[in-house]
Write a protein that binds this ligand. Sequence first.
Ligand SMILES: Nc1nc2c(ncn2[C@@H]2O[C@H](COP(=O)(O)OP(=O)(O)OP(=O)(O)O)[C@@H](O)[C@H]2O)c(=O)[nH]1
Ligand SMILES: [Mg+2]
Length: 368
Amino acid sequence: MSTVMQKIKDIEDEMARTQKNKATAHHLGLLKAKLAKLRREILAPPSSKGGGAGEGFDVTKSGDSRVGLVGFPSVGKSTLLNKLTGTFSEVASYEFTTLTCVPGVIKYRGSKIQLLDLPGIIEGAKDGKGRGRQVISTARTCNCILIVLDAIKPITHKRLIEKELEGFGIRLNKEPPNMGFRRKDKGGINFTSTVANTHLDLETVKAICGEYKIHNADISLRFDATADDLIDVIEGNRIYMPCIYVVNKIDQITVEELEVLDRLPHYCPISAHLEWNLDGLLDKIWEYLNLIRVYTKPKGNSPDYEDPVILSANKCTVEDFCERIHKDMVKQFKFALVWGSSAKHKPQRVGKEHTLEDEDVVQIIKKV
Ligand SMILES: Nc1nc2c(ncn2[C@@H]2O[C@H](COP(=O)(O)OP(=O)(O)OP(=O)(O)O)[C@@H](O)[C@H]2O)c(=O)[nH]1
Ligand SMILES: [Mg+2]
């Protein structure tokens, strides 16, 4: 492992020394590709059987979605878990109080959100330091990440945590790169673009592909992609995840300082200890999880508003709803009656491809 670490360091040093301009673009692209390959080696060493290395903490998934608390030591992650879930995770003024993953459950708008308190990470986690690797591996299993920051610590901490997560293949608040990439048997590298490219040219693309021993491929860009985007597409195991920057301990800063923080995108100020703005945070978590609630209506009864079926807003057809209720439901499905914002009438009769919306009421009519 240490030789891999040394190689990573050497490449990072070389990148820092290299001036960024048109003439060095392909060389930098090549270095980035080499770096991505080395990081992958650390994630999952090829020799290891059963894969101990890239593994997270052994906590069973429960509820409708999973949210992870990530941050430096002593920023208040455990305090926040305790306040939001009523679970107990030890809080103390010294660093590295939490040494394992402690789960809790938030009940919010009829849904159950599993919140994971994780040990504080230190810089270099992505390169195998401390428990950080385990923390980030667990973070990869979440549906949303809360990066917890201390309001009185330098804002540079935000960038450091992001770098750790990025080094582990997690992409925050980002869509997968919109580009076509198809390997071929012959014909060389064919590089086309529908927009002006300011980062990538054919030479850089060839250098990066060459590093992966890809000599024949069709690559088409539909946006101004960077070398990192191309590497992400080739590596393929990236996880795209929503992230909220939770700035804690705002009881310790002035109103003027708070106003400066207000300009950060994807951010939520709180005081976990004094329970300031925890409702605002819950609202934001709900928004970033992008979930919808669907109420079932048994025939002849009123809808069950207590226990909604929770679906992802990206996967919320009547068929998805049926599958959640029972695995055989789709087979027995005849049609559904839907009340609510997705319905044109009250109720509307729909098929299984109909897309549901938040707080719709659904009654399934089975075949007889
Ligand atoms: N002033 C202030 N202090 C807080 C707040 N939230 C937490 N703290 C304090 O910060 C210290 C660290 O809190 P923890 O919750 O243990 O922090 P942690 O992030 O879980 O720390 P590790 O487990 O060591 O990574 C404790 O002394 C808390 O009382 C807050 O909103 N305001
Ligand atoms: Mg803790």
